[in-house]
Write a protein that binds this ligand. Structure first.
Ligand code: DGY
Length: 327
């Protein structure tokens, strides 16, 4: 008999057909509505779940007694309680690799946009306020040759380093759990303590996953170490930064600007002080959001789930390493 999959994110037709060839699929079109009412109704029959952007905690997952696998259409797994999943023997799979380059492109877009004041000055033109040649009051700062500081040298960190080193001639500094000699050789990169990186880099780019260790990693004390001409780029998760402290640092000119794709609360409230500041470029969590990459992520998630429900080891298993999977 086919396994039952609850899909809480829309798939393209070919991917839906692929999943349906292996499983009976229930689509929950608006999973957040009415305190997840539709999702809750579907969970008691679920062997597998596929979707993204919802915190699936014990309160919801206790409703799914026969659940064997969750396949998230994301690389980040901060929406899942992994010790809980381990206790229940539920496999969790994610979608690394396929989004690496696209997310690094987003990081670089934010570097360019903040340093060269692209959004602010494009708005000036659009609003009809470009009435004379611009002068120093509208100049930005260079990107090429400046020091790129990367916190979290995983796949996305490396893809940023590649762009900075080979494309823009930037000296690369990085901070991660431990030094990475291969990265140092490839990008002529220097390992630094967090404190040293914050005080030396012109661009401080966050690419770490959100965990109990990285939540609030960048707060008032850390921002105080950055130089007044430096710019913070966050393509990781909003909670890695203390947003209050960041707002204060930007308002007082402690740092030059920030390029932010992620926020403590998403969607960002329209009355956030971050949106009042010209030196902030805020984007709506677009890290991996291109047609090509989102389709590749969804394909990866479908393949992961099909494998897991067949009792095979999926290519991107996050937990239950070394344990038998329940087919
Ligand atoms: C990811 O894949 O984790 C992206 O940030 C989307 O959530």
């Amino acid at each position: 008999m086919k396994k039952h999959v609850v899909l809480y994110k829309k798939l393209s037709e070919p991917l839906l057909a692929r999943l349906q060839a292996h499983a009976q699929v229930t689509l929950v079109a608006d999973p957040k509505r009415d305190d997840h009412a539709e999702l809750r109704a579907a969970l008691p029959h679920a062997d597998g779940l596929l979707g993204a952007s919802i915190r699936l905690d014990a309160r919801l997952l206790d409703l799914a007694p026969q659940l064997k696998a969750i396949s998230t259409v994301s690389v980040g797994v901060d929406n899942y309680d992994i010790p809980y999943l381990d206790r229940r023997g539920i496999a969790l799979c994610n979608t690394p690799d396929v989004l690496t380059e696209t997310t690094a492109d987003t990081g670089f877009a934010l570097i360019m946009a903040t340093a060269r004041r692209v959004v602010e000055l494009a708005s000036m033109v659009r609003n009809g306020d470009w009435t004379q040649n611009i002068g120093p009051a509208h100049f930005g700062s260079d990107v090429h040759g400046k020091t790129l500081g990367i916190i979290g040298m995983g796949r996305i960190g490396e893809a940023l380093a590649q762009r900075g080193h080979f494309g823009f001639g930037m000296p690369v500094l990085y901070h991660s759990h431990s030094p990475k000699p291969a990265v140092e050789a490839r990008f002529n990169a220097g390992y630094r303590s967090l404190e040293a990186l914050l005080s030396e880099a012109d661009f401080v780019c966050l690419t770490v996953p959100l965990t109990t260790q990285t939540e609030g990693l960048i707060g008032k004390e850390q921002l105080a170490l950055m130089r007044p001409e430096s710019i913070l780029i966050n393509i990781a998760r909003g909670k890695v930064v203390d947003e209050h402290a960041l707002i204060a640092a930007l308002q007082s000119g402690k740092i030059r600007g920030a390029g932010l794709d992620v926020f403590e609360r998403e969607p960002l409230n329209s009355d956030s002080p971050l949106l009042q500041m010209n030196n902030v470029v805020a984007t709506p969590h677009i890290g991996s959001a291109t047609h090509e990459t989102r389709e590749a992520m969804a394909r990866c998630a479908v393949d992961n789930l099909i494998s897991a429900l067949q009792g095979e080891r999926p290519a991107n298993l996050v937990n239950l390493k070394g344990r038998e999977l329940r087919g």
